[in-house]
Design a binder for this molecule. Structure first.
Ligand code: SF4
Length: 65
């Protein structure tokens, strides 16, 4: 799985960080998403799918590698 984020779309809601804190973080200054792991291990995939599903800005795109 490859994870892509769009910082232009992100509104800093932080839902992705709550769902998958090992993969997503937020910038201190404005809360915009930061990708920590673009190719997360299999045991994180469900959490990453949950994060993409709850993102209110559709800023997370997943690609099956
Ligand atoms: S859930 Fe979406 S809008 Fe919220 S911080 Fe994460 S990427 Fe940004």
């Amino acid at each position: 799985m490859l994870v892509h984020i769009d910082q232009e779309k992100c509104c800093g809601a932080g839902s992705c960080v709550l769902a998958a804190p090992e993969v997503f973080d937020q910038r201190d200054e404005d809360g915009i998403v930061v990708l920590l792991d673009a190719e997360p291990p299999a045991d994180s995939h469900q959490a990453v799918r949950d994060a993409a599903a709850v993102c209110p800005a559709a800023a997370i795109r997943l690609e099956q590698a």
